[in-house]
Design a protein around this ligand. Structure first.
Ligand code: ADP
Length: 369
C-alpha cells in the first residue's frame, strides 16, 4: 500500500465553480481517512482528483513517492468502490472477482489464489457461483469490495459505498469494512455525507464545507474540540445547541445572554479579545433538566422523542415570547412531559465558544482548558 498526499490542490470547473481550495491532505500508508461534509462541499471532487478522473487546476498530488498529478487513472493503481456496484450481471461472483485480473493477464494460478483469499476474507465462498441478481444488496457490495481488493492496489477510494444499503445492513457492513481495513492494513479514502459513519469509521476525519477542509483530526478531537462553528454543528447527533450571545463582562466574570439563555462564566473562557458578543455552544448531552426551582434558567418542554435508553427533549428556553430552542438528552426514565416547566443546567466545563466574526473556536473555550 502507499501514502497519498495533496498539496495546495485547487479545482475550478470550466463554468467557474470552485470545488476545492487550498486542499492539503496527507493520508498515511495503511490509514483510513474519511472525507465528510454536506452535499456539494467538494468531497467527490477531491476523491476524483486523487483517482485521476479530474485534473486539479493548481497544486500537486502524490501517491507514495510519485507525483501523479498528470498521470492517467489506470496508471495510478487505485481501486475505486462506488455506491453503484457495477458488477457484470451475466458473470458469476467468481468471474466478477477474476475479471480485472484476467484483463491484466495474470497467470491463472495467481488469479485463482487471489480470488480464493478474498473470497475467504469476505465470506463469499458460498456465493461464488451465483449471479449478481441472486445476491442481496449487502452481498453485492461485498463482491464489489472484493473486486477492488483482488487487484492489490496502492490504495482504495470509497465513495459513499454503503448508501444503497438499508440502515441495519449499513451498520453491519460498516463494521466489516473497519475490520477489513485493519486486517489488510490498507490505505483508504472514504467519502460520506454521514457524520455518524465518519465518527465510527475513520482513523482521522477531514470535515469539508464550501470547497475547504474545515478541520482534520481523530473523530473524538473533532467532537470535543471543533475548530469552528461549522464543525461544531455538523459533527455530533443531535446537533449542538449554538447561540449568539451578548457578553457583559465584569471583573473576571462574563454574563452571557441570548433570549432565555443566561449563563455566567469565567471571562477567561472568552479569550483575550474583549468583544461584547460570542457564539456559545453546548451539546444536548451536556444539558441537564432539573425542577424549575433549582436553577434560574427556565424552559418549557415542547416535544419529547424516544431514542431507546434516552429521550431527546425539545425545549423553549426562556418560556413564551423571545424563547429560543434548546435540545437536551435525558435518560428515558427521567423524561419530562410535553408542556411541563423545567429548570435547565448546563455543564459549564462542556461549553464551546466561537468568535462571532470568524466563526473560529476561541482558545480559552471551557472545554479546552
Ligand atoms: P460533494 O461530493 O461534496 O457532494 P462535489 O465534489 O460533487 O461535492 O461537488 C462540489 C461542487 O462542485 C458542487 O457545487 C457541484 O455542483 C460542483 N461540480 C461538481 N462537478 C462539476 C462539474 N463537472 N462542473 C461544474 N461544477 C461541478
Amino acid at each position: 500500500m502507499a501514502s497519498i498526499r495533496l498539496e495546495q490542490v485547487e479545482k475550478v470547473y470550466p463554468n467557474g465553480h470552485v470545488a476545492a481550495r487550498d486542499l492539503d491532505l496527507s493520508i498515511d500508508d495503511g490509514e483510513l481517512l474519511v472525507l465528510v461534509g454536506p452535499s456539494g462541499s467538494g468531497k467527490s471532487t477531491a476523491m476524483r482528483m486523487i483517482a485521476g478522473l479530474e485534473t486539479p487546476t493548481a497544486g500537486r498530488i502524490w501517491i507514495g513517492e510519485r507525483d501523479v498529478t498528470g498521470v492517467p487513472p489506470q496508471e495510478r493503481d487505485l481501486a475505486m468502490v462506488f455506491q453503484s456496484y457495477a458488477l457484470y450481471p451475466h458473470k458469476t461472483v467468481a468471474e466478477n472477482l477474476a475479471f480485472g485480473l484476467r484483463m491484466r493477464r495474470l497467470a491463472p494460478a495467481e488469479i485463482a489464489e487471489r480470488v480464493r483469499k478474498v473470497s475467504a476474507a469476505l465470506d463469499l465462498d458460498e456465493l461464488l457461483e451465483r449471479k449478481p441478481a441472486q445476491l442481496s444488496g449487502g452481498q453485492r457490495q461485498r463482491v464489489a469490495l472484493g473486486r477492488a481488493i483482488v487487484r492489490e492496489p496502492n490504495a482504495f477510494l470509497l465513495d459513499e459505498p454503503l448508501s444503497n444499503l438499508d440502515p441495519k445492513l449499513r451498520v453491519r457492513t460498516r463494521a466489516e469494512l473497519a475490520r477489513l481495513h485493519r486486517r489488510l492494513e490498507a490505505t483508504m479514502v472514504y467519502v460520506t455525507h454521514d457524520q455518524e459513519e465518519a465518527m465510527t469509521l475513520g482513523d482521522r476525519v477531514a470535515v469539508m464545507n464550501d470547497a475547504r477542509v474545515q478541520q482534520i483530526g481523530p473523530p473524538m478531537e473533532l467532537y470535543q474540540r471543533p475548530a469552528n462553528i461549522f464543525v461544531a454543528g455538523f459533527m455530533g447527533s443531535p446537533e449542538m445547541n449554538l447561540y449568539r450571545c451578548t457578553a457583559a463582562r465584569r471583573d473576571d466574570r462574563a454574563l452571557l445572554t441570548s433570549g432565555g439563555f443566561r449563563l455566567e462564566v469565567a471571562a477567561a473562557h472568552l479569550g483575550t479579545d474583549a468583544s461584547d458578543a460570542v457564539v456559545a455552544g453546548i451539546r444536548p448531552q451536556d444539558v441537564e433538566l432539573t425542577t424549575p426551582d433549582q436553577t434560574d434558567m427556565g424552559a418549557v418542554v415542547e416535544l419529547v422523542e424516544a431514542l431507546g435508553n434516552d429521550a431527546l427533549v425539545h425545549l423553549a428556553l426562556g418560556g413564551a415570547g423571545g424563547a429560543i430552542d434548546l435540545r437536551a438528552i435525558v435518560p428515558e426514565d427521567r423524561r419530562p412531559r410535553a408542556g411541563e416547566s423545567v429548570g435547565v443546567r448546563m455543564r459549564a466545563e462542556r461549553l464551546h465558544f466561537f468568535d462571532v466574526t470568524t466563526g473560529r473556536r476561541i482558545q480559552g473555550s471551557a472545554s479546552s482548558v
